[in-house]
Design a protein around this ligand. Sequence first.
Ligand code: NAD
Ligand code: UDP
Length: 343
Amino acid sequence: MKILLAGGAGYIGSHTSAALLESGHDVVVLDNYDNSSPEAIKRVEKLTGKPVSLYEADATDSKAVFDIMNKEKPDCVIHFAGLKAVGESIKQPLRYYRNNIDTTLTLLECMEKTGCKKIVFSSSATVYGEENPAPCNEEMRKGSCTNPYGWTKSMMEQILQDAAVADPRLTVILLRYFNPIGAHPSGQIGENPRGIPNNLMPYITQVAVGKREKLTVFGGDYDTPDGTCLRDYIHIMDLADGHVKAVEFSQNHKGVEIINLGTGQPYSVLDMVNTFQKENNIRVPYEIGPRRGGDLPVVYADAGKAEKLLGWKAKRNLADMCRDSWRWQKNNPNGYDGLEIEK
Ligand code: NAD
Ligand code: UDP
């Protein structure tokens, strides 16, 4: 199959590109490099020994997207192209709604015009909201999000579902990711956050490499075994394999499927810090600080549907995630192109 990855130069897109190429698929990437670098895709080509058709374009630019889709005629689109920083979305809600909703509408319209009928969408566990107790399963009604980023995901799911009702030939796979971390085992591609990392693992690796002084653990007084929040961390290579399975599944399926991509196994912030230190034999200084607004104490997946429907199950464990994240950070202290991370 030929797959168009919108936002494919980013963290999840670059690993998914590698996994698709390794599985024999053709890959077309469209990205505006708002939060990524073309270097990621160059490295994917090197790692796999296979070419990627790479386009610098904005996924809100109807003409550019139409021209690419008309030329490439992809069998399926994977929509990664979005802004994803929760805190930033609270400060810049309009930018988040504009970019995330517009990319979705533009991709759907261009699919309609060019006859592409399959789309896989990067959604998030955040749409379960605070109403749904863990483990989250796909039958649950969506909940209320605590920030504009989450609402864009919830709204985009609705837009995609409505499009599938209007066009029964459409296949829509909504993948709800839990917490992707880790990197390709080569240490050549990985997560490349700009500025101060919002997420736990890039913050830990930047402390370990000496870019930041210490980790602040957000809250030590939750009603959990060690007082810190529990999350379902999933290795990026498992997540990438999940996309390959979803794309292949979409070939012989019509309508909408919502599928969690998680391990089903929760770990605490302190589990993560301790495993990282032990596996990599490196110290990560930390202090327990106040809770971060909007954080839920416990979030993890019921991962049963992905196994049943896609025959996919996460294989890598927390130690693999910690080792691979560290290899990437150690080899690329300044990310791609030696991009300096602001201190
Ligand atoms: P990322 O920022 O590394 O990748 C997103 C890519 O989209 C970037 O390369 C960026 O340049 C590109 N992009 C953004 N707006 C664009 C536009 N208008 N036109 C073209 N390209 C555009 O993020 P990621 O971690 O790889 O996430 C991919 C998707 O998965 C996002 O939609 C994100 O919201 C979603 N998601 C991520 C996580 C996570 O923890 N990483 C969790 C749940 C959902
Ligand atoms: N976390 C933390 N310190 C940090 C970043 C995150 O203690 O500097 C905690 C956060 O409170 C949450 C967990 O780590 O319990 C995962 O946070 P992340 O932002 O990576 O993911 P999400 O909040 O989306 O689950």
